[in-house]
Design a protein around this ligand. Structure first.
Ligand code: TYM
Length: 333
């Protein structure tokens, strides 16, 4: 598996339910890229606790995300699939990288500012340090490419800066990673407010379609989606954000490109269009949900996947961490 293939790394936080934004911007691509790259996919539970979590729910969401990864088509035989907290090297490298990161840089991060506003009663150090832990995740595995949604672009940039800074201070140690963003759907927006990203923690749950939503809920949410008064299914994110967002979703869920989707709905009313988008999403999610439920009933299998994943990840992460410790002058026995 390792060797001539480039290394690909990504992760998702096991918080709440995943949305179709997470699926389109990230997980779908994890599946598509697993043959071409040496893939490592994590469940980022250490990132999740930067916002207060209910412990029982966090545990439940962890297995649920693992089952979802597999149900979506990620093959644990081909990829390393593991839980971040099972590999202590993440916290260890993050500590070192903290000393190569400036407070001002972290204060300027958009996500930190957004989350600080949202969780004003809990602006903890972890929330601010979040991008450094993410840099540690990525750099531990000598990652070449990181498929993520555009909301993570700033974190990718800081990861590159930190890697370059460290490499320049010592000698080449880390591969400097590239972010990979899908052409369609790198930012799926809220159905009720298409100026905002579709988020797991949406204020109004009707603006987000969750991967766990049943057909009726999906159809209802799409029916209510905000469009415009032009009554033309045309891709124009600037002037027609709602319709363009629906077209992106339809394109991602059917595998047809945007012009194909536009012509499929030429002359169609929005009612019919929204129904077709809902159906495409529901049709795709139904088998994933069934498979996820089946997997969740086999905890032994899921634990086995996590155990194997943790071993493989720890082996690889340990090599990078050892190099780092040596370079910075930590005395070795
Ligand atoms: P998270 O859990 O918020 O989101 C997981 C992935 O989904 C993408 N995404 C979206 N894409 C398109 N449209 C949307 N509306 C949308 N919402 C979310 C995110 O960009 C992400 O790719 N910090 C990361 C997790 C992480 C990570 C890493 C990622 C931790 N360590 C190392 C890559 C590499 C996060 O919070 O993702």
């Amino acid at each position: 598996m390792q060797g001539e293939k480039k290394v690909l790394y990504s992760a998702v936080q096991p918080t709440n339910n995943l949305t179709i934004g997470n699926y389109i911007g990230a997980v779908r691509n994890f599946v598509a890229l697993q043959n071409e790259y040496d893939c490592i996919y994590a469940i980022a539970n250490m990132h999740a606790i930067t916002v207060r979590q209910n412990p029982a729910e966090l545990r439940k969401n962890t297995l649920s995300l693992l089952a979802l990864y597999i149900a979506c088509g990620i093959d644990p035989q081909k990829c390393v699939l593991y839980l971040q907290s099972h590999v202590p090297a993440h916290a260890e490298l993050a500590w070192v990288l903290n000393t190569f990161t400036y407070v001002g840089e972290m204060e300027r991060m958009t996500q930190f500012k957004d989350k600080s506003a949202k969780h004003a009663d809990n602006i903890n150090m972890g929330l601010m340090d979040y991008p450094v832990l993410m840099a540690a995740d990525i750099l531990l595995y000598q990652t070449d490419v990181v498929p993520v949604g555009v909301d993570q672009r700033q974190h990718l940039e800081i990861t590159r800066d930190i890697a370059i800074r460290f490499n320049n201070a010592y000698s080449p140690t880390f591969t400097v990673p590239e972010g990979v963003y899908t052409k369609v759907g790198a930012k799926i927006n809220d159905l009720l407010d298409p100026s905002k990203k579709m988020s797991k923690s949406a204020e109004n749950v009707n603006g987000a379609v969750f991967l766990s939503d049943d057909r009726d809920t999906i159809m209802r949410k799409f029916k209510r989606a905000v469009t415009d008064s032009e009554a033309a299914v045309r891709y124009d994110p600037e002037n027609k954000p709602g319709v363009s967002n629906l077209l992106s979703i339809y394109s991602a869920f059917t595998g047809r490109d945007i012009p194909q989707c536009e012509s499929a709905f030429a002359g169609c009313g929005y009612g019919q269009f929204k129904e077709a988008v809902g159906e495409a999403v529901a049709d795709k999610l139904a088998p994933i949900q069934a498979e996820q439920a089946k997997l969740l009933a086999d905890k032994e299998y899921l634990n086995g996947v996590l155990k194997n994943g943790a071993e493989a990840a720890a082996r690889r992460a340990g090599r990078t961490l050892a190099k780092v410790y040596k370079k910075i002058g930590f005395y070795q026995l």
